[in-house]
Design a binder for this molecule. Structure first.
Ligand code: NAD
Ligand code: ZN
Length: 245
């Protein structure tokens, strides 16, 4: 069997919170993860709890204000993926992250399947605003700012547990997975579906799956190679092997 590094076709990448821990943003389920250290925090991420409980929403707005992603900058792993494209390889990134660090690093083909934390949406109408403007309302004394258009509940433009994914984003992700010859899954526990199943879509369509993650995942059995080294070291090394520099 040829080594996956010899395959020169499109590269699909699925990233999770683990690619951003070196940028100072904790993951959820890793050893130092937000939920590992504070299981109650998981309640904040469930849509049904959020819409039912104004106190929980007030806590969620403070968590958004205090999110380390505001100060974070891309790290060598985000930058390594940019090098793949710069070397002439076709790269499609599917990210579960809401921190926009891939785009800030310079990657141009990024599908945010779980949305992003920089925009705010109303759950009842089409109103949208920036997170920065909405956090100013919080700072000015509104613990749970309401939609100015309809009075409804505002939330970050992220996909919470219990919410439907955006169908256009899913289609774009499936397209990346189906056309990839090599599919890298980086920094994800691969426990959130349907995001994780992009690994299976890619393998079914003939891709070699390479998993870069410190801990085991349910998709390890499908992998052509599993790398347990820290992502900040492992991904730049893999990219160098792929592009041959
Ligand atoms: P997860 O927390 O379930 O899994 C992260 C995995 O990365 C863990 O298995 C951990 O062991 C591994 N990891 C962390 N740092 C690593 C490193 N430096 N080297 C090697 N491995 C490392 O994350 P997930 O699968 O992305 O699912 C969490 C959900 O939460 C996602 O849907 C995402 O939307 C959201 N989330 C996003 C951010 C962000 O935007 N940065 C942060 C936390 C959570
Ligand atoms: Zn509204």
């Amino acid at each position: 069997m040829t080594d996956w590094r010899e395959r020169k076709g499109p590269i699909g990448v699925l990233t999770g919170a683990g690619i951003s821990t070196d940028s100072g943003i904790p993951d959820f389920r890793g050893p130092r993860g937000t939920w590992t250290e504070d299981p109650v925090a998981e309640l904040l991420s469930t849509y049904q709890n959020y819409v039912a409980d104004p106190q929980l929403r007030a806590r969620a707005w403070l968590a958004r204000r205090d999110n380390p992603a505001w100060q974070a900058t891309p790290n060598p792993a985000h930058q390594a993926l940019v090098r793949l494209g710069a070397a002439g390889r076709q790269v499609g990134i599917i990210t579960q992250n809401i921190d926009r660090l891939h785009q800030r690093a310079g990657s141009d083909s990024v599908v945010e399947i779980h949305g992003n934390m920089f925009e705010v949406v109303c759950v009842d109408c089409e109103f949208t605003d920036s997170m920065a403007a909405t956090l100013e309302r919080v700072a000015a004394g509104e613990p749970d700012p309401a939609c100015p258009a309809c009075g409804g509940i505002l939330k970050a433009d992220t996909i919470m547990f219990g919410q439907q994914l955006n169908s256009a984003a899913i289609r774009a992700a499936v397209e990346i997975a189906e056309t990839a010859e090599v599919f890298l899954a980086v920094g994800s526990s691969l426990q959130v579906e349907p995001a994780a199943s992009m690994c299976a879509v890619a393998v079914d369509a003939g891709a070699d799956l390479v998993i870069v993650n410190a801990e085991p995942t349910p998709y390890d059995v499908y992998a052509a190679e599993i790398v347990r080294d820290p992502i900040g070291v492992a991904l730049p090394r893999l990219v160098s092997e792929i592009v041959g520099d």
